[in-house]
Ligand binder design. Structure first.
Ligand SMILES: [Zn+2]
Length: 391
């Protein structure tokens, strides 16, 4: 009797949009007490199975040395490799390794490389015209510097993808909606005029990495190609989307990108334990729709979404479910299926779960007027700079 073919998620058939993922993404783990939980993605796969719309993903390969070296120094890459085999090497701390944010762990080099491989595969698929939009169901390590790990990030997959797009003659607009400033990506491309970086984030006055102010605009030939929208604590859907609408379309109109590269972190959600913006799933859905519309308007639909941060499991799983349905252009369920709730939710301690936040879920804000006014002043300062550039 012939052996039955093994069940595999790996699919040669391209889903719309293609989703890039590898089971070994979950080996990127700093341990059970670290806020970055790598198992959320596995739960999300189970959820889509329960919804009857399973995710068939394409598995990337490890990024090569050559690819890593387009952004990182060889000294740093070799230090990550020795940390990976847990062989002691001098200078871990100098490279930001063996710290509270980036502890060393076995095989960390491979764990980081497979996710770089995913983001790069997405970039290749877009550049080669195989798919306009791709979701890299991992990656988004926007804090990693050329020679320093930082903020849970080892290799900067986003900058590596941006450099790849650039090598293919494409102008890249990087849009970072993660709640933390995309500092690694900004500094890597700070002098590059053909890579625009836009980051919306909780202001560095309150939150790691304490950068991303309006005056950080790029340097030399890159002057003007770095845009920061630092937002007040307790920024809500309305104020966030207003800031986005006032700045991002104008910036894209001026820059004329060929492709959007998006760090689609969902740690702006009000449940997120690491930050203090209070977006809801409804606000995130609007934001995802706006990004898709902007890619249709400015880049012929070309957009690479990478996952980035999200530290509340329930909020992240729901937000990513909405993102995937939005990218697929399919309707999503109002309630998560009972089989998922029974299997997955007991460990979350909830017994029913609407997909969207419900009225009253979000805490009320005391300083709403001040928050809105301050965010408006920030946006005014950015727009004033735009008109100054033209004059
Ligand atoms: Zn983040």
């Amino acid at each position: 009797m012939p052996n039955p073919k093994p069940e595999t998620r790996h699919s040669k058939q391209v889903e719309d949009p293609p989703i890039l993922y590898h089971p070994s993404y979950s080996t990127y783990t700093f341990g059970p007490n670290h806020p970055a939980n790598p198992h959320k993605r596995e739960k999300l796969l189970k959820l889509f199975d329960a919804l009857g719309t399973p995710i068939s993903y394409i598995e990337p390969e490890l990024a090569t040395d050559e690819e890593i070296l387009t952004v990182h120094t060889s000294e740093y890459m070799h230090c990550v490799a020795s940390a990976s085999s847990l062989s002691w090497a001098p200078g871990y701390l100098r490279f930001g390794l063996d710290t509270d944010d980036v502890p060393i762990f076995p095989n960390m080099d491979e764990a980081a490389r497979i996710q770089v491989g995913g983001t790069l595969l997405g970039a290749r698929m877009i550049a080669e015209g195989k798919a306009p939009r791709v979701l890299q169901f991992g990656g988004g390590f926007h804090h990693a510097m050329p020679a320093r790990a930082s903020g849970f990030c080892i290799y900067n997959d986003l900058s590596i993808a941006a450099r790849y797009f650039k090598s293919q003659g494409l102008r890249v607009a990087y849009i970072d909606i993660d709640v933390h400033h995309g500092d690694g990506v900004q500094w890597v491309h700070y002098r590059e005029p053909d890579i625009l970086t836009i980051s919306l984030h909780e202001s560095g006055r309150y939150l790691f990495p304490n950068t991303g102010f309006v005056h950080e605009q790029g340097e030399g030939e890159g002057l003007g190609a770095s845009i920061n929208i630092p937002l007040e604590q307790h920024t809500d859907d309305a104020s966030y989307l207003e800031a986005f609408d006032r700045v991002v379309p104008v910036a894209l109109e001026r820059f004329k990108p060929d492709v959007l590269l998006i760090a689609a972190g969902v740690d702006t959600h009000f449940r997120d334990p690491l930050a203090h913006l209070i977006l809801t799933t409804q606000g995130l859905e609007s934001l995802f729709n706006k990004l898709i519309a902007l890619s249709d308007q400015y880049t012929n639909g070309r957009a690479l979404f990478a996952q980035s941060g999200g530290y509340d499991d329930l909020a992240s799983i729901r937000a990513w479910t909405i993102l995937i349905h939005t990218l697929r252009g399919t309707a999503y369920p109002e309630e998560l299926p009972a089989s998922f709730i029974e299997e997955i939710l007991p460990e979350f301690g909830a017994d029913a779960l609407p997909l969207h936040d419900q009225p009253g879920d979000r805490p009320s804000i005391l300083d709403k007027e001040v928050m809105m006014a301050t965010n408006r002043e920030t946006v005014d300062a950015i727009l004033e700079r735009f008109s100054g550039d033209e004059g």
